[in-house]
Design a binder for this molecule. Structure first.
Ligand code: FER
Length: 267
């Protein structure tokens, strides 16, 4: 896995813009690239975080540089917050309840608001969802509840909690079966999952057990499921930015990783 070039952390001379969009008592952040784009990523924070968690300069500068150097085609990134504004309990148990119901808010409020602001209703092939930790748990809920909305799923260091807290680790076989059933229940549309974690990540045992159970269902998941483990990778945003540096070019196109491979051969 490539490391992020150090200059990508600095400000880029061609940068996108971030706008806050309000709905009810909540707010989401929308990154618009400097060039027109026809794809969008919904990016979900981890436990205790909010819409600002990913959108720190280090991350936004990286995206600007990736777009600027051509390794990433321009894309919109929407960063919502899964907590209710009145929620003070950010424990895994409370977060687990919030993210279970969050796809309804994504479907009914967040996606319509973001895409009306942009002026494009994106096709599911041009819509991706990703998240870190509890945001990864959210990504798995989107797979269970909203396969009609998303084609691309990029869960980062978070497992599926449909069978309970850290259920991917506690009940891997049952979790995999639930994910298989969800595909059938939603009309078996095509999709791609790219799960990434690190060997030293606290979520590693949970995601790893779940993915190994999923991999047994070759007819359902087969080539549609890609899984990477970074040796030594830990459970923090900095490490997650590195996963995104490597994985974003592969979203929205089966061929895109070659672009990054070409780039890595040059650098
Ligand atoms: C995991 C998924 C999410 C996990 C932890 C979390 C330990 C989140 C924890 C938190 O928000 O505090 O698999 O494993």
């Amino acid at each position: 896995m490539l490391t992020i070039p150090s200059e990508y952390k600095e400000e880029c001379n061609r940068s996108g813009t971030v706008t806050a969009l309000n709905y009810g008592h909540k707010s989401l952040l929308l990154y618009a690239p400097i060039e027109p784009a026809n794809r969008i990523l919904y990016l979900i924070h981890g436990g205790g975080g909010d819409q600002h968690s990913f959108f720190r300069p280090e991350f936004l500068n990286m995206v600007d540089h990736m777009v600027g150097s051509g390794i990433l085609k321009p894309l919109y990134i929407a960063a919502p917050c899964f907590y209710d504004p009145a929620e003070t309990d950010k424990s895994p148990a409370s977060s687990g309840i919030a993210v279970k119901g969050f796809c309804k808010e994504l479907r009914e409020q967040i996606i319509p608001l973001a895409e009306a602001h942009i002026g494009i209703s994106f096709s599911r092939e041009n819509r991706a969802i990703s998240g870190f930790s509890m945001g990864g748990v959210t990504t798995w809920y989107a797979f269970l509840q909203a396969l009609d909305l998303f084609y691309w799923f990029l869960p980062l260091s978070g497992d599926c909690w449909v069978c309970g807290e850290t259920g991917g680790g506690k009940y891997p076989e049952k979790t995999a079966m639930e994910l298989v059933s969800a595909v059938g229940r939603q009309g078996a549309p095509d999709f791609r999952i790219h799960a990434i974690t690190g060997s030293k990540d606290i979520a590693f045992p949970n995601l790893d057990a779940q993915i190994k159970a999923m991999e047994k269902y070759t007819t359902v998941f087969g080539d549609k499921l890609k899984y990477e483990v970074l040796e030594g990778g830990v459970h923090d945003y900095e490490t997650i930015f590195r996963y995104l540096f490597n994985a974003l070019p592969g979203l929205f196109s089966e061929k895109a990783p070659a672009v990054l491979q070409g780039w890595s051969a040059m650098n």
